[in-house]
Design a protein around this ligand. Sequence first.
Ligand code: PLP
Length: 400
Amino acid sequence: MEGSSKRRFNTLAVRGSGRAVDTTFHAHRTPVYQTSTFVFSSPEEAARRFAGEEGPIYSRLSNPTVDAVEERIALLEGAETGIAFASGLAAVHALVMSRTFPGANLVVQSPVYGGTWALLEKITPHLGLELRTFRASEVDRLSDLVDGRTAWVLLEIPANPTLDVVDLERVVEVAHKRGIPVAVDSTFATPYHFRPLSWGADVVIHSATKYLGGHGDLIGGLLAGSHELLDPVRDLHVSTGGTMSPWNAYLLLRGMRTLHVRMPRHSENAWRVTDVLRRHPAVKRVYYPDQDPLAQKYFENGFSGMVSFVVQGGDEAAFRLMRALRLILLSVSLGDGDSLITHPASTTHAKVPEEIRIRSGILPGFLRLSVGLEDAADIVEDLLQALAASQEPHATGLNA
Ligand SMILES: *Cc1c(COP(=O)(O)O)cnc(C)c1O
């Protein structure tokens, strides 16, 4: 479509580039190309496809439904290209591997999503790789951490589960001075609220499992960035085979088409919940980026749907709160239409030593809430009755 890159975000989310995928029947929706292989009409055509001149060969290498997802994330992030993976962690893995060599180091923000940290800790001994960490508030230390052997600076904005927002422009300045690329996992923000490439980042990482998919029915990962950085990643990706299935690509495309409709409601509901939590006597502390000057600078149209808070009375009170909930579901993951709550210290961050948890702000009584798309009044009502129950140590936890 001529001039599609000038179209606005909401139009790009719904319509993409407008490129027709099914040129035989002109199906309106991108079909699910649920096929392992593609048939060549002649040996010459096979040779041309292998030379990269035309058409798909085999679905580990490329698939038209998956290609459509890759094109859509590149458009939404303002990137040259995108790559789809079987999961967010498959994306992180391929990204790290693409620039790693024995003796290299990775400079990683801490805390990050527990699965990302576990992955990095597991692969580093095999690769002879060193992990160097810094907190969002310690950007000043960064120039001492990066050197000629740094493969990537990896950030998470906002970070899980404390919703820290690191000063991306300052990180980019320090890293680029040494020629080191910066990758930002912005799963929590989505390109609707935050576009890291426009602030100088080199690659954006998404767990598409979360807001981009948006319906809690798929696992997927995406990268967006330049050909220079992502072509080597794609090369590794097709060889290691952590590719997204055509069916998941179809579901993900379906989710991405409404991202700009869902995110304002997630943000609005999260703001309503935050407002109530901040004024509630049973709540010690609330983590939501709306009052953070860096988030105000980098984010657009709101601050997404993730809210963390610390309930008075520690973990026992947090458990009482969770037992009393009637609408909000006890589950990990996020970005679903259903509101989901997690107690990180006993689940996602259970393996992180307690003193490190506390230093990162995961205090006793800490809960992470993915605010869904239900009526905000119902979410608030459920939280209010559960907060009341959390402060009654002798309650049975039954819906008395
Ligand atoms: C869920 C998540 C991941 C991992 O993604 P998967 O799709 O579960 O592999 C990475 N980063 C963040 C911030 C996440 O929330």
